[in-house]
Ligand binder design. Sequence first.
Ligand code: HPA
Length: 295
Amino acid sequence: MTSSYTVAHTRRQILEIIYYSDCSDTADWLLAKTDIRPKVAIICGSGLGGLADLLDNKKVFPYNKIPRFPHSTVQGHKGQLVFGELNGKQCVCMQGRFHFYEGYNIATVTYPVRVFFLLGIETLIVTNAAGGLSSKFKVGDIMLIKDHINIPGFAGQNPLCGRNEERFGVRFPCMSDAYDRDFVRMARETAQELGCDSFLQEGVYCMLAGPSYETIAECRVLQKLRADAVGMSTVPEVVVARHCGMRVFGLSLITNKVVSDYNSTERVNHEEVLETTRMRTKDLQNIVSNLVTKM
Ligand code: HPA
């Protein structure tokens, strides 16, 4: 007799297998629609989609026109895949990412990264807006991500949970080298060359699911965990990229300082986050576009 457990289990396994063929259908469709063969993919965070506008010889695919691709809902995100050349180097940019807090499951959030892998991407660049936890950080700083803390992962929301798809990567991928140290060094040099070193930082990014911002007690916990910045994205994509063997480089724009003092009357809000992003967007774009040419 077949138990309901067996049915559910089999159904899940089938869904996981379909997931691979969905990703490869999407990748094949894109490969048929463009001659561009990028090795670098860039995920543009909230308000940072301007990077994609810098591409030459663009080929643009709105997410809702790409077979099996999820759709974006968040404000400040466009929702399209842009292929083109950044300083002569072929790239693909995600203008708008998928967040767990939008209600997507973690497999959907990371779907584009798997498609990137099947497109032949070798390097993933991730950018995001983040709240500053470190007392050394100021609003408008750019943090090179040297490591992350995967809080949703602690709670079982790791995109690699479930049957392992060997065609993507191994069952237990190493994460102690998640963020490529050569890229961090190159980015530091690039920022220096561009005169951006006065607002350049380096640190640990911590992901929470969101969408509510952190309480004061939560900020204090994260500071005790030695996280330097907090946000609601990036980590699932990085875990999947590392699973597929991509090299990863990440940047956080510190759009606000978190409130960790009960006497403070400051309150974080989305408008402040977008305003700081607008102020620093050109510098961030400069660092990324210069770095890409060196990769
Ligand atoms: N917390 C979480 N996510 C964020 C923040 C923050 O303070 N700022 C920008 N994204």
